[in-house]
Design a protein around this ligand. Sequence first.
Ligand code: E4P
Length: 212
Amino acid sequence: MALYLDSAIASEAKIVQNWGWVKGITTNPTLLAQAQTPPETTLKTLAALTSGPLYYQLLSSDKQGMITEARKAFDIIGSQTILKIPATPVGFEVVATLSSEITCSVTGIYSPAQATIAKEAGAKIAIAYVNRATRLLGDGIALVQDMANVLKGSGVEILAASIKSQSEAAASLLAGADHLTLPLSMLQAMATHQLSEQTVADFAASGIGLKI
Ligand code: E4P
């Protein structure tokens, strides 16, 4: 299980690097646009700020363009690269072509059938857009559950993305997601509980500890 930062902002990547419990970074074209540096620079910076995977989403729409772009991303990011390849017919062809060369995830999956094709094509990770699926289909958590059922025993891991609340994050894990990617604010919120703060205050008021 891993938690990832869903962002391309270097200052945010630095914050989670200091925390030590966020295992990698996911990006997409919208997030890369927010970084306001050329994508090559942004990806290099982000790769240096994490020792884990850096997900890069292909923007090209034709097969040869996607393959060329994927290899370019690998040249920039190196062995930390995980490609995010859209769940489209051409995307599945690209996964089948590249999966022995570069680690592939399939992104924007909205059905267990697409998750099955992702597995057959050679993807290592299937990405569910939980909140988008709830908005567009009615139940993003049921999608994660269905994906977990069809992928069971295959070794393909589910990354839950597009998470907008703490309850969506928890429900995704309970439904079978292996990993979560979250914006900085949600990771911060996950680490904080008012009752934990209160408990610390209770012990601080009456406890004894080692002098430092
Ligand atoms: C991450 O991999 C996804 O691109 C991201 O979580 C999508 O989130 P959104 O639905 O808020 O765009």
